[in-house]
Design a protein around this ligand. Structure first.
Ligand code: ZN
Length: 116
């Protein structure tokens, strides 16, 4: 038994929409994942019209149902998430360093006590 849910199944459960329908109807997947806009009205290509980038947008749209605008938004969210993780790791390292210094201090104090 495989209990894994595919992205498509997940989107279908949350939005009642399906990537198949999205692609067939040339639109963006329904809220909250996408904007649900018709792709005839919403440009799903890159801003500078780079054909390679456009092809990538198109490919990702075929897989996820997200239009170019929504793909860009997710990319920004991902960047923010990466920043948050990096900051958390930095803070954790800082805490470990502080704990190490405290331990060092404590053992020094203990040594001082012993010498009395
Ligand atoms: Zn969209």
């Amino acid at each position: 038994m495989n209990n894994h849910v595919t992205l498509e199944e997940f989107v279908a459960v949350v939005t009642g929409d399906s990537v198949q329908d999205v692609v067939r109807e040339s639109r963006c997947v329904a809220l909250p994942f996408g904007c649900g806009e018709n792709l005839m009205e919403v440009v799903y290509t890159s801003e500078d019209g780079d054909p390679e980038e456009d092809a990538l947008y198109w490919l990702i749209w075929q897989m996820t149902g997200l239009c170019g605008d929504c793909q860009d938004e997710y990319e920004e969210l991902e960047d923010e998430a990466v920043d948050a993780v990096t900051q958390a790791v930095d803070k954790f390292e800082l805490r470990l360093e502080m704990e190490a210094s405290v331990m060092r201090l404590l053992s020094e104090l203990e040594r001082d006590d012993d010498s009395d």
